[in-house]
Design a protein around this ligand. Structure first.
Ligand SMILES: Nc1ncnc2c1ncn2[C@@H]1O[C@H](COP(=O)(O)OP(=O)(O)OP(=O)(O)O)[C@@H](O)[C@H]1O
Ligand SMILES: [Mg+2]
Length: 269
């Protein structure tokens, strides 16, 4: 296989006396979606923060394109092409689409015209970028972020990260607060990012979402990689159990299902 775009080797992370990540080794490839799974508190967010320069690993190393890297902060990671999109897109409700698209982008990186904000040009570029990404509902750069749906905001943030050169896109539960249609929209955008050759790291608690877009799966249980497998190597049931921290969920699901059916079809008196 090709050199991973991002690799973790034996990464540990502790906060004072609390060990959160233990000996994590993981390879992330371009053009693939890696689903990071695990129950609440398993260490998923901590792991992506270690990748994104928010925390320095207590030990172990990070490699990009096979070469060791050290991020002094999120800015370093960002410059290396690692982009994290937070839930709700991390944008400001009262800002226009065009303006938010260019916020935080260094004018020195070849965006000279934006030293003085050029509204028309910014809107044009932003709308074009998001439309090329398949977000056709956004056609006016003057619209305010606050008027977009959760899924649209999330999609806009992803399109923006890709436009500005992200190579590794990290999404921490991007579909958690979304309805079915909005989630489907975000999943489609994730697949578009993959098609463009990005490595996507996707955290979700929803097994259906994971199975829809995932090429590669890593499951964390209490801060360690409990399973690392590729699409098709595990059944849906096995994945569900692993996501629940190794608990057997199938029986519980059947039980709940039974209760619900009984409620909907009460036995004739
Ligand atoms: N700054 C910190 N100091 C101490 N403990 C921390 C810190 N950050 C996270 N932890 C602990 O690390 C563990 C893993 O947290 P993390 O947020 O990575 O879990 P997660 O897998 O993202 O969970 P969730 O699915 O609920 O988002 C938790 O027990 C948490 O309390
Ligand atoms: Mg988390």
């Amino acid at each position: 296989m090709t050199t991973p775009i991002l690799e973790l080797r034996h990464v540990d992370k502790s906060f004072g006396p609390i060990d959160v990540l233990h000996d994590i080794s993981l390879k992330v490839h371009a053009g693939e979606v890696l689903c990071l799974l695990g129950d609440n508190g398993a260490g998923k967010s901590t792991l992506i923060k270690a990748m994104a320069g928010v925390f320095k690993p207590s030990s172990g190393e990070l490699l990009m394109d096979g070469k060791p890297v050290e991020f002094r902060g999120p800015r370093d990671a960002q410059e290396a092409g690692i982009s994290t999109v937070h839930q709700f897109g991390g944008t400001f409700p009262l800002m226009s689409i065009g303006r938010s698209f260019f916020i935080g982008v260094e004018p020195t990186k070849g965006f000279g015209p934006f030293k003085i904000y050029d509204r028309k040009k910014a809107n044009e570029i932003a709308v074009k970028a998001v439309q090329e990404f398949g977000i056709t509902r956004i056609d006016d750069g003057d619209r305010l972020i606050g008027g977009l749906s959760g899924g649209e905001r999330q999609s806009l943030a992803i399109a923006r990260a890709v436009h500005f050169g992200a190579r590794v896109l990290i999404l921490d539960e991007p579909t958690a607060a979304l309805g079915v249609k909005e989630a489907a929209h975000v999943l489609r955008i994730v697949l578009e990012a993959r098609r463009r050759g990005l490595a996507v790291i996707f955290i979700t608690h929803q097994v259906t979402h994971a199975m829809t877009v995932g090429d590669h799966f890593a499951v964390l249980i209490r801060g360690a990689v409990a399973a690392d497998f590729r699409k098709g190597e595990r059944s849906r049931e096995e994945i569900t159990d692993l996501m629940a921290g190794g608990e057997a969920m199938a029986e519980l699901e059947a039980e709940i299902e039974g209760h619900l059916t009984a409620q909907h079809n009460p036995p004739a008196a």
